[in-house]
Design a protein around this ligand. Sequence first.
Ligand SMILES: [Zn+2]
Length: 266
Amino acid sequence: MNLKKLPKIELHCHLDGSVRPETIVEISKSEGVNLPSYEIDVIKSMMIAPMECLSLDEYLKGFEIPIAIMQSKESLKRVTYELMEDSAKENIKYIEIRFAPLLHTNKGLSTEEIIESVLDGIKEGEKKYDIKGNLILSFLRHMPVETVYEVIEIGKKYLGEGVVAIDLCASEHKGFCNKFIKPFLLGKEYGYRVTIHAGETGIGENVLDAVTILGAERIGHGIYIKDCKDAYDIVKDRNIALEMCPTSNVQTKAVDSFEEHPVLDF
Ligand SMILES: [Zn+2]
C-alpha cells in the first residue's frame, strides 16, 4: 500500500512539533531570535526526539526552539500555512491542528491575535490546497487554571469559524483532571468538543477521569487503559477514539518497544 497516496485525516497534530527547521532559522534571523545554532542540521537534531529519550519530559524539550520563534503574527501564520502545505502534499484531506495559545505571548501578542494568526494560516492553506483544517486549543496541565478560563472565553467567538475543541497536554500525573472540571464543563457548554491527552505514561485511570468528569470524546494516546479495565470498557462502550502514535510512545518510553505496544490488541 502506498501510504502517501492514501487520502488521510490527521486528528492529533501539534503545531509547534511540525515546524520546518529551515523556517526556524529564517524567522530567527528576520525577527532577531537567538538560537543555539543557525545550522539547519543542528536545529533539526535539536527538534527531533531521539528514539532513546529518557522520558516524556525529555521528549517535550524538542518544542522549545519552535516556540521561541512562534511569537509574532507573521511567524504563527507562516508555520501554520506551511503545515497545511506539507500535510496536503502527504495527501491529508482533513487536519485538526492543536497548540497552546498561552505559549506564544512572549512578545506581547494577545490571545486573540495568536488564535487569529493561526486561523489565517489554516485558511490560506485551505485556499491553495485540497485540504480542510480546524483548530484545537490546548492547555498545559501545569498552567494555572485561571488562564484556562481566559483562553476558553476568548476562543469561543471562533467556534464554528475554525476552532473546534479544547485539550490538555504535557506531563501527566494521577488525578490531573480534577483541577480542570469547571473550565472544561463551561467549555462544553459553549460548544467546544473535548479531547484530552491521558493514559499516555502509565496511568489508565486518568482516561476514565477524562471521559467521566471532563467529558472527553477522544483521548490522546490512552495506551494505559490496557491496565485499567474500567477505562478500557468505557472507551469501548462510548466509542471514544484513541489518537495513538506508537513512534512517540516508544520514544517517550511509554512502552519499551513497538512489539509491546497495545494498539493491535485494542
Ligand atoms: Zn500529543
